[in-house]
Design a protein around this ligand. Sequence first.
Ligand code: FPP
Length: 279
Amino acid sequence: MTIDAAPPLHRPGLTPPSLPPTSLPQHVAVVMDGNGRWANARGLPRTEGHRVGEANLLDVVAGAIEIGVSELSAYAFSTENWRRSPGEVRFIMSFARKVLRTQRDVLHSWNVKMRWVGRTPRLWKSVLYELREAERLTAHNTGLILNLCINYGGRAEIADATRAIAEDVAAGRLKASSISEKTIQRYLYSPTMRDVDLFIRTGDEQRTSNFLMWSSSYAELYFSPLPWPDFNRSELWRACEVYAGRERRYGGAVDKVLHEEPGQAGDPLDDETPEDHEQ
Ligand code: FPP
């Protein structure tokens, strides 16, 4: 089965729901799970699922552009995926190289800015080369930012950032007392990456699997029962509609049923400020 042809940017007769810009996720992250099971259920080797999933990724990119998402991150290969059979790892690496070579011109014509997010150890040099080429080709594009997360792990990213911070502190380039959340963000693989608003996982599994741990800390989670080869732009739009109906509070709270006048509550900590608790 060869699926080199990219889907069209616009599919005739298929239009995205019109959501107010404030209800639209700016950054969507996708864990493209379920390829192997999709293939095995059809009596095909697992790798056929990855092959078919390429077109779904392109369709979802097109759907993200159409609905107005600004940034899309796709988990194509994790630092834990090296545990797979050597044959599957070899397939995914050479497949990633092929996808990058064959699809970057299409993505470029869609004004997509491609970025690699991940770490270099173990990553095939030829894959890294294609990623750099894709980044170079699309560097000045102004449309959707597509983060290709290849050889990416959330804990590895935080460990790598911590090591770099420690080195800068030791070299006197950074004061330990000045380290804040913003400092850590600056040391991530992609310091300009926005926080993830909507985190989608396909394949009927409900976990985040070490993907964009720092950036997804307040993401809304959406789990689709569909395997990735059945997930497409319409499914992305469905997830965006669900997202638009969510209430995001970021740790804050609004009491919708007020029983007491402010100041009458009986909690002895009511009037304490955070400073009261400082040592
Ligand atoms: C997880 O499914 C999927 C992957 C590890 C690879 C996904 C990659 C693509 C769909 C396209 C590649 C695109 C680029 C840019 C490289 P799984 O194998 O874990 O499925 P399972 O849960 O059914 O076993």
